[in-house]
Ligand binder design. Structure first.
Ligand code: SAH
Ligand code: SF4
Ligand code: F3S
Length: 449
């Protein structure tokens, strides 16, 4: 008799950290002989890797979970697991809300999925949310892309932005050693990966928690030092990093990015608000003037650098005038991409308890006005690509047009052109841009680089 293989399904919500954690958890499941399925209803094990950054992200999780909990009532062998930030935030109370759950595990426990499942298989309902030292990654992630890979460099966040749940759910900063990061990148290079994105919630904090300092008292391990340390990894042609915090972004880092040819001219530096009073209430630790100086410095060294950011509208107490300062900063900088959100009060964060909350109407109105400006500015910024030749690293077929492939420019603009994926996947090609849209480009291939 042949036993059909057990199937697993993972849905990932939220940010790149969660995506990277999901890839590692998928790797663990495949080592346990599970096979992937896109359809949760066909899976023997369903895992939701969740996000709680805003209330709507959290509610989405409950609606997905409700459907699988129902399915489990008819199929008691189904294993139902919740990982990630909602799991960490809610812990045991999730079991009360969804008693069908077998496993609730916080983000720090992602690499331990195998051990935790063993306890589930032996009949326990398991909750793993205690803070732990994150185990070095000994698994083989099952990565979504064969060209571009995430590499975690620092977990957690020690900032205390007054709106944000991340420090509560991701714990304190834990940097991986430069040697471990380099070893992972070398393995990626051997496997044929071409691009690596180094990940951290506050990547500029990299190395603060590692021992060692220079004679001048500077930390021995900074993000800048890390870039120099991993830059010559064979096979890896492009290096990116995210997310940057304006408070810690240094000129030394900017110079390194200009000097090191593999580091792409693309920076994701959230500003959150263009108003100094609001920035103070958010406890961000910088002013809009300082933010502008950083962008000026980047553009001084790399005039064509792509700049992306995040912003929040409708923070408690934000006046129309203060919101105008966010519009002004957005207009002045001209972002390539700006992710915008209406402020959402999160349990366990200081700002959620303040009395000066704004109405949903005001928040939605401001969000729409900001988004309108963002698309105008992105369209304007895109114009600079028209008729230019860009280096594009080919990743996939264009899902909407099989005669085309797609990849990204060094500035991270999605670019489509006619070509054969088998031939071009993982190759960097020169593409002449013929059509520009606010967030993507179309061109024709000139040559392999
Ligand atoms: N570490 C990054 C971002 C982390 S969360 C940083 O420091 O900027 C990603 C984005 O979600 C944030 O940049 C912020 O714009 C948004 N965000 C976080 N908490 C939020 C909240 N309570 N309401 C609305 N947006 C929020
Ligand atoms: Fe949240 Fe602030 Fe940390 Fe970013 S830096 S993850 S916004 S607390
Ligand atoms: Fe969401 Fe957790 Fe990332 S709350 S944004 S998945 S760190």
């Amino acid at each position: 008799m042949t036993v059909s293989p057990r199937r697993y399904h993972i849905t990932t919500f939220g940010c790149q950290m969660n995506k990277a954690d999901s890839e590692r958890m998928a790797g663990i499941l495949e080592a346990l002989n599970f096979e992937a399925t896109e359809d949760p209803n066909l899976a023997d094990l369903v895992l939701y890797n969740t996000c709680t950054i805003r209330d709507n992200a959290e509610q989405k999780v409950y609606s997905y979970l409700g459907r699988q909990a129902k399915r489990k009532q008819n199929d008691p062998n189904l294993i139902l697991a919740v990982a990630g930030c909602v799991a960490q935030q809610e812990g045991e109370s999730l079991l009360r809300r969804v008693p069908e759950l077998d496993l609730v595990m916080g983000p720090q426990h992602a690499n331990r999925l195998g051990d935790l499942l063993e306890q589930v298989f032996s009949g326990s309902q398991v909750v793993a949310t205690e803070p732990v030292h994150i185990m070095e990654d000994i698994t083989k992630p099952r990565r979504d892309s064969a060209v571009s890979a995430w590499v975690n460099v620092i977990y957690g966040c020690n900032e205390r932005c007054t709106y944000c749940v991340v420090p509560n759910v991701r714990g304190v900063e834990q940097s991986r050693t430069p040697e471990a990061i380099r070893a992972e990148m070398e393995e990626l290079g051997r496997q044929g990966y071409k691009e690596v994105t180094l990940l951290g919630q506050n990547i500029d904090a990299y190395g603060r928690d590692l021992p060692g300092s220079t004679p001048e008292g500077r930390h021995l391990h900074t993000l800048t030092d890390l870039l120099y340390f991993v830059h010559d990894v064979p096979g890896i042609e492009r290096i990116r990093f995210a997310t940057s915090h304006p408070r810690y972004f240094t000129e030394r880092l900017i110079r390194a990015c200009q000097e090191l040819p593999k580091v792409c001219e693309h920076f994701h530096i959230p500003f959150q608000s263009g108003d100094n009073e609001i920035l103070k209430a958010m406890a961000r630790g910088y002013t809009h003037e300082k933010y502008r100086r950083i962008i000026d410095k980047i553009r001084h060294y790399m005039p064509d650098a792509a700049i992306s950011a995040d912003a929040i509208v409708g923070f408690p107490g934000e006046t129309e005038e203060q919101f105008q300062n966010t519009l002004k900063l957005t207009a002045d900088i001209g972002f390539d991409i700006l992710n915008t959100a209406a402020y959402s009060p999160r349990p366990g964060t200081p700002a959620a308890d303040w009395e000066n909350q704004l109405s949903d109407e005001v928040k939605q109105d401001r969000l729409q006005r900001l988004n309108h400006l963002v698309s105008l500015k992105a369209a304007e910024r895109s114009q600079r690509y028209a008729n230019r030749v860009e280096e594009v690293l080919v990743e996939e077929q264009n899902p909407k047009d099989p005669t085309q492939v797609m990849g990204r420019t060094r500035g991270n603009r999605l670019t489509f052109f006619e070509g054969n994926l088998q031939e071009l996947k993982g190759k960097t090609v020169s593409v002449e841009i013929s059509e520009v849209r606010p967030f993507s480009l179309t061109g024709r291939v000139l040559a392999l680089v």
